[in-house]
Design a protein around this ligand. Structure first.
Ligand code: MCA
Ligand code: AMP
Length: 481
């Protein structure tokens, strides 16, 4: 434990580590609570964490790390199909949750442990190695259900220490964010990051520009967010001088999980004099690149490879692109200690994800500027949609829609959306063209089965889907008359 979070055992115990609304824990309290939990769950195999934006989620994950058991963070808004898949795939023995939280039926057969954030105890002092799994984080692919990326302890320390170098991130920093805690961005960067540095995090519960203003005006030094959050900030700034003042005060404004449009960069800079910096990562790789705090901020780029990360661009045939000309597009491949080890129970998918010499194929397409800055220009797979910073696979939603009795055929695409980056569009052939299911009904159906952020925002009705001679749906033809 001490090697992952030295401040929990060695630092000043009275310093605030975490704050969620009006609830907070000092390092001393956090160490005692996570130690007590670790003593209870040692040897539990994998544990599921009902990852609400609350102190209990942070204590649960730290307790698991200390006990040397892998934590599987669950989206509390997951629908029954998604939750059922994650539980049967990851096979946790226990679910860790906040007292009083009501759990849905797929979780009720598991032993439930209510996390007591005021407990005091000491962890079991288990021996762990760098290669041991710390987290299993589920991430969508183009087809089929989400895959569990197994993230070793080494990847977490490597990525957080590389970011500390790039961002001059120290224990004096106070981070504010309102990100969900069941993905890498909010959990690894947003909670484990400050704790590894011995700093503080103030979680907003849910993102709001008011919360950002309040915390940055009250001593917070860094803000993390997805582009949708920065877009909402950019929209609010013209009418909100307090928000402008608060952002101007921050030491570092960081965006990631999707591309932040240059227009939003520019609006924020014009109103605050500050530049948002972007970093680029993935569930499977944690963080790969970033604009450095001491580097030249440049809108539209994700900066340079982080210390320890090898990054290359390759042609379609796998040959590396050596020119840094800002023009030649290739797929980003990465190698380094920040990588996941495997997709749980999916040796086939794991093997496909790596080249024979150990490079991970990200599927992201980019160019490199002459000074090494990476500029992401697109994605290989059109069936992956990034909406609100969430990665969403078209196939998953198509399968869910086909389970609706009113849907005969379905295809999912993404289209540009100023707020979400991309919005999910469903193209369906209804069973009964006279009474097709409504947009709300299909959105609810997907939200209930998968998760609300996977729901289609727009539904088009067609008499047939465009298909090629092989019967494959031609998504590029959708929407064209
Ligand atoms: C609406 N809602 C519904 C329905 N319609 N619920 C059930 N059924 C429906 N039909 C609810 C939603 O659950 C939500 O509730 C509320 O109504 C508003 O929904 P929506 O408009 O979809 O959400 P939003 O408030 O506009 O969300 C925008 C957001 C969110 C806050 C930016 O998209 C977000 O938190 N994104 C973060 C994604 C992220 O962390 N990605 C990291 C993964 P409620 O508001 O209560 O929830 S990427 C990663 O980790 C890599 C490593 C990286 O690089 O970072
Ligand atoms: P996820 O699989 O949800 O972890 O999302 C990872 C993907 O998010 C990457 O493969 C990229 O496509 C995208 N991404 C993350 N950060 C950025 C960024 N700063 N700019 C553009 N795309 C990004």
């Amino acid at each position: 434990m001490s090697s992952l979070f030295p401040a929990l055992t060695g630092g000043p115990t009275g310093r605030t580590a975490l704050r969620f609304g009006d609830r907070s824990l000092t390092y001393g309290e956090l160490g005692a609570a996570s130690g007590a939990l670790a003593a209870r769950i040692g040897g539990a195999g994998r544990v599921a964490v009902w990852a609400t934006p609350a102190l209990e989620t942070a204590v649960a994950v730290l307790g698991a790390v200390e006990a040397g058991v892998a934590a599987v963070p669950l989206n509390p808004k997951s629908g029954e199909k998604e939750l059922g898949h994650i539980l049967s795939d990851s096979a946790p023995t226990v679910v860790l949750t906040a007292p009083g939280d009501e759990l849905p039926s797929p979780l009720r057969h598991l032993e439930r442990i209510d996390v007591d954030v005021h407990a005091t105890g000491q962890g079991p002092g288990v021996h762990t190695t760098d290669a041991d799994p710390a987290l299993v984080v589920y991430t969508s692919g183009t087809t089929g259900p989400p895959k569990g990326a197994v993230i070793p302890r080494r990847a977490i320390t490597a990525t957080l220490d590389a970011l500390a170098d790039a961002w001059q991130w120290t224990g004096a920093d106070v981070l504010v964010h309102g990100l969900p805690l069941f993905h890498v961005h909010g959990l690894v960067l947003g909670i484990l990051g400050p704790l590894r540095r011995g700093g503080s995090v103030r979680h907003l519960g849910r993102f709001s520009t008011e919360g950002v203003t309040r915390e940055l005006n009250d001593g917070a030094t860094m803000l993390f967010g997805v582009p949708t959050m920065y877009h909402r900030i950019a929209q609010t700034l013209p009418d909100d001088p307090e928000l402008a003042k608060a952002l101007a005060r921050a030491r570092l404004l960081v965006s990631g999980s999707a591309a932040l449009p240059v227009h939003d960069h520019e609006r924020i800079t014009a109103a605050t004099g500050r530049r948002v910096i972007e970093r680029y990562g993935m569930t499977e790789t944690l963080m790969n690149t970033s604009v450095r705090a001491d580097g030249e901020p440049r809108a539209g780029t994700v900066g340079v490879p982080l210390p320890g990360v090898e990054l290359r661009l390759v042609e379609e045939d796998g040959s590396p692109i050596t020119s840094y000309d800002g023009e030649t597009v290739g797929e980003i491949q990465v190698r380094g200690p920040n990588l996941f080890t495997e997709y749980l129970n999916r040796p086939d998918a794991t093997a496909d994800a790596f080249t024979t010499d150990g490079w991970f194929r990200t599927g992201d397409m980019a160019v490199r500027d002459p000074d090494g800055y990476v500029r992401i220009v697109g994605r290989k797979a059109t069936d992956l949609i990034k909406s609100g910073g969430y990665k969403i696979g078209a196939g998953e939603i198509e399968n869910a829609l086909l389970e609706h009795p009113g849907v005969r055929e379905a295809a999912i695409t993404g289209e540009p959306d100023a707020d979400l980056g991309e919005r999910i569009v469903a193209w369906i052939v209804p069973e009964d063209p006279q009474s097709p299911p409504s947009t709300d009904e299909l959105a609810d159906h997907v939200a209930r089965r998968l998760a609300p952020h996977k729901r289609p925002r727009v539904v088009h009705h067609l008499t047939a889907l465009p298909r090629n001679d092989m019967g494959k749906i031609m998504k590029r033809a959708l929407g064209r008359d």
